[in-house]
Design a protein. Structure first.
Length: 197
């Protein structure tokens, strides 16, 4: 008998057994899913550094750069208005408020103001939006994901204090933190739907 025939024969036998012992097969499968979910929760998840992923020569170069030349996470705060330009006093106050708030965060460094000389590229062509750019102090991705939480809260407070403008943060760490949070929710939801009530 050929290997393919053996595989078909084995599959047929498994199918017949499952059909005649459907309760055992069903509860065995559910027990396997529950055990896998419990083991996965106990082990936890590992954050993969996107800079260290990839294959071939380019992947090797990216892994070497990520291991030997670690870079801090870059973040930006976008300040935008549909009515005001960056020349308006209220807009400039919001920029300065954002900068002073970031300066009080112990995990932030290298803050780049759009109002500083030479940083005109951080202001949109129509002057209705500006970017305040900065970096987080650490180079460890997992730590940056934790450090950025306090910064996001502080920027949210700046938004509340300036309701006439739209102020929001985005960047390497904040996007990664949100992705990790969403993946955690999705796994939790999958586990809920996999466990019978």
């Amino acid at each position: 008998m050929t290997p393919l025939g053996t595989t078909k024969h084995l599959a047929a036998r498994m199918g017949r057994w499952s059909a005649s012992h459907w309760k055992t097969a069903t509860f065995g499968w559910l027990a396997f899913v529950i055990a896998s979910f419990a083991i996965g929760n106990a082990i936890g998840t590992k954050t993969i550094d996107p800079n260290a992923s990839g294959s071939g020569e380019s992947g090797h170069v990216m892994k070497t750069l990520a291991a030997e030349f670690k870079q801090p996470a870059s973040e930006s705060v976008l300040i935008r208005s549909t009515t005001m330009t960056t020349d308006a006093p209220a807009f400039r106050r919001a920029i300065m408020d954002t900068i002073s708030t970031l300066q009080r965060q112990g995990v932030v460094r290298d803050i780049q103001s759009p109002l500083a000389q030479g940083n005109g590229g951080q202001i949109s062509a129509d002057r209705h939006a500006a970017l305040v750019q900065f970096k987080l102090k650490g180079t460890d991705l997992a730590q940056s994901d934790k450090d950025v939480l306090g910064v996001l809260t502080a920027v949210g407070n700046v938004q509340q204090a300036n309701p006439s403008l739209t102020i929001g943060e985005f960047g390497d760490a904040s996007v990664d933190e949100q992705l990790n949070k969403q993946v955690g929710k999705d796994f939790g939801r999958a586990g809920t739907f996999s466990i019978p009530e």
